[in-house]
Design a protein around this ligand. Structure first.
Ligand SMILES: NC(=O)c1ccc[n+]([C@@H]2O[C@H](COP(=O)([O-])OP(=O)(O)OC[C@H]3O[C@@H](n4cnc5c(N)ncnc54)[C@H](O)[C@@H]3O)[C@@H](O)[C@H]2O)c1
Length: 354
C-alpha cells in the first residue's frame, strides 16, 4: 500500500501557503510542520493549518514524521538548506530558481541522487494543459520546422513589493525580474524547444529607481534546434497583463495567454484540435498584477506527482536536473547584459554577475 508522506514547509512567507494547500488537498500527503526564522510568522501559519511550528531547520529535519521538505526560502538561501535536507535523508521539492549557480545546482543534484532522494522543482507552469499540448505537438512534428519560440511577461509590481522583505531588492539574493519572475517563462521556452545555444540580453530599470535591480529584460535567444526567440519580461508595465508563450513553425502556430490556449492552428488540422483550442477556458489568475494572485492547482500536480514518484521509486515530473538548462540560460542572460555582448552556451559560473 502507498505510504502517506509527511511534508515540512521551509519558509512561511508568501509562497508557503501554495505548498501547504497543495499538500493538504493531495492524496497521500500530510502537512506536518512549517519552519521559519520569523517566530511570529511561523506560529501564525502553523496555527492556521493546525501543524507544528519550528524556528530551526535542524529541529524540523529531526522530526521523523517528515519525509519531504518543500523549500520556500529566498533564492540565495536554497543551496545551504537543500544540502542540509539531503544530509538528513529528506526528499526535497524546491522553489525556483533551484540555486544561484550551476555549481550549486550540480552539488545539490548529486547530494540527493547519491542518497536515493527525490529532488523536484516547482516550475509548475510546465504542467498547464496548454503547455503539455504544445510539447506533444512539437514531439509529434506538427509545427514542421520550429522557427520562433517567444515569452512575453508584461507584469506590474508596485515599489512596495520590493520593500516587503529585505531580500526582494537584493541583486545577490536573486531578486531581479529575470531570475525571480521570468524564470518560469524562460523555463517554458527551454522545456518546449531548448536547450539554448546563444543569448543576448539587455536589462534596464524602468520604474523602480530606488531598487538596484533590473525590472525589465529584453533578450534574443538562439536555440540548438534552430529556432530563435525573444523574451520580454518586466514588472514595470502597469497594470500587468497575462503572460504569452508563442511557438511558430513552418506548419503551425500555438499561443498560450495566461493558461488559456489563445491560438492553435496547424496545417494538418486534427479532430482533437477543437478541444485543445478550449484549454484554459476556465481561466485562473496568473500573477500578472500581484505576487500572490494565482491558484495552487499547478503546485498540487507537482506535489501529487512527487508522492507517487517516492512511492513507486520513479523520477519526479520536474526533476531539478531538467531545470538546470533554464538556470544556465538565465545566468547567461546576466552575463550577456553585463558584457554587452551575446553569450554562447554552455557557460561557466561567473559570480560577478550578482
Ligand atoms: N513557484 C512560484 O510560482 C513562486 C511564487 C512566489 C515565490 N516563489 C519562490 O518561493 C521562494 C520564497 O519566496 P516568497 O515570496 O515566499 O519569500 P518570502 O520572503 O515571502 O518568504 C521566505 C521566508 O523564509 C524565511 N527565512 C529566511 N531565512 C530562513 C532560514 N534560514 N530558515 C528559515 N526560514 C527562513 C523568511 O523569514 C520568510 O518568511 C523563492 O525562491 C521564490 O522565488 C515561487
Amino acid at each position: 500500500m502507498a505510504k502517506t508522506l509527511g511534508f515540512g514547509v521551509l519558509g512561511a512567507g508568501l509562497v508557503a501557503p501554495f505548498h501547504a494547500k497543495s499538500i493538504v488537498a493531495s492524496e497521500g500527503g500530510r502537512l506536518v510542520a512549517f519552519c521559519d526564522l520569523n517566530a511570529e510568522r511561523v506560529q501564525a501559519m502553523a496555527s492556521d493549518y493546525g501543524v507544528t511550528a519550528y524556528d530551526d531547520l535542524g529541529a524540523m529535519l529531526a522530526d521523523p514524521a517528515i519525509d519531504v521538505i518543500n523549500v520556500a526560502l529566498p533564492n540565495h538561501l536554497h543551496f545551504d538548506a537543500i544540502m542540509q535536507c539531503a544530509e538528513a535523508g529528506k526528499h526535497v521539492i524546491t522553489e525556483k530558481p533551484p540555486a544561484m549557480s550551476l555549481a550549486e545546482t550540480d552539488a545539490m543534484v548529486e547530494a540527493c541522487a547519491s542518497r536515493g532522494l527525490k529532488f523536484g522543482c516547482t516550475v509548475q507552469c510546465r504542467v498547464r494543459a496548454a503547455i503539455q499540448a504544445m510539447r506533444k505537438a512539437i514531439a509529434d512534428g506538427r509545427f514542421g520546422k520550429l522557427l520562433h519560440a517567444d515569452a512575453f511577461m508584461k507584469w506590474f509590481r508596485p515599489v512596495d513589493y520590493y520593500h516587503m522583505d529585505a531580500w526582494r531588492s537584493l541583486r545577490k539574493a536573486g531578486a531581479g525580474v529575470t531570475v525571480q519572475h521570468a524564470f518560469h517563462y524562460i523555463d517554458l521556452l527551454q522545456y518546449l524547444v531548448g536547450p539554448a545555444a546563444r543569448v543576448q540580453a539587455r536589462m534596464t530599470n524602468l520604474v523602480h529607481p530606488d531598487v538596484a535591480l533590473e525590472d525589465t529584460l529584453l533578450a534574443f535567444v538562439d536555440f540548438e534546434c534552430g529556432a530563435q526567440g525573444v523574451v520580454e519580461a518586466s514588472t514595470a508595465l502597469w497594470p500587468g497583463t497575462d503572460v504569452r508563450i508563442e511557438v511558430n513553425g513552418t506548419k503551425g502556430t500555438a499561443i498560450m495567454t495566461g493558461e488559456k490556449m489563445a491560438t492553435w492552428t496547424f496545417e494538418d488540422d486534427q479532430p482533437e484540435d477543437e478541444a485543445i483550442r478550449r484549454l484554459g477556458d476556465e481561466s485562473q489568475a496568473t500573477a500578472a498584477g500581484g505576487a500572490a494572485d494565482f491558484g495552487f492547482a499547478d503546485h498540487q500536480v507537482v506535489v501529487e506527482d512527487f508522492i507517487e514518484a517516492v512511492n513507486t521509486d520513479r523520477d519526479v515530473i520536474i526533476p531539478v536536473a531538467s531545470v538546470r538548462p533554464t538556470l544556465e540560460m538565465v545566468l547567461a542572460m546576466y552575463q550577456s547584459a553585463a558584457k554587452g555582448t551575446s553569450v554562447d552556451l554552455p557557460i561557466i559560473d561567473d559570480p560577478s554577475i550578482w
